[in-house]
Design a protein around this ligand. Structure first.
Ligand SMILES: [Zn+2]
Length: 97
């Protein structure tokens, strides 16, 4: 196989591995207005932990969760250069609950 093809294959494989690997919301346990409790799961090592301080707004989903470090392996979406998934908020942004 030509070297360029090998490199391309490697790059694709690497990208696929990193994609969607992060601390993510596994299960929403409860939500009161924008405050929520959720079971988080690390997609690097499969570790699960409860998050009692969730806040359902764009900032939290786009900035806080991607920076959340796994209590077991210490990795986050940002530290691994993974893709930040756009998670929809339950209530529209700016909506008074
Ligand atoms: Zn982990």
């Amino acid at each position: 196989m030509p070297i360029t093809q090998q490199l391309l294959k490697k790059t694709i494989a690497k990208h696929t591995t990193l994609k969607n690997r992060k601390m993510k919301i596994k299960k929403l346990v409860s939500q009161h207005r924008r405050d929520f409790t959720a079971l988080m799961e690390c997609e690097f090592c499969g570790h699960q932990e409860m998050n009692h301080s969730g806040y359902d707004d764009r900032y939290y989903h786009d900035n806080v969760i991607p920076n959340m470090k796994c209590g077991k392996c210490g990795e986050s979406t940002i530290s691994k250069g993974g893709e930040i998934e756009r998670t929809a908020t339950h209530y529209p942004e700016g909506y008074q609950i």
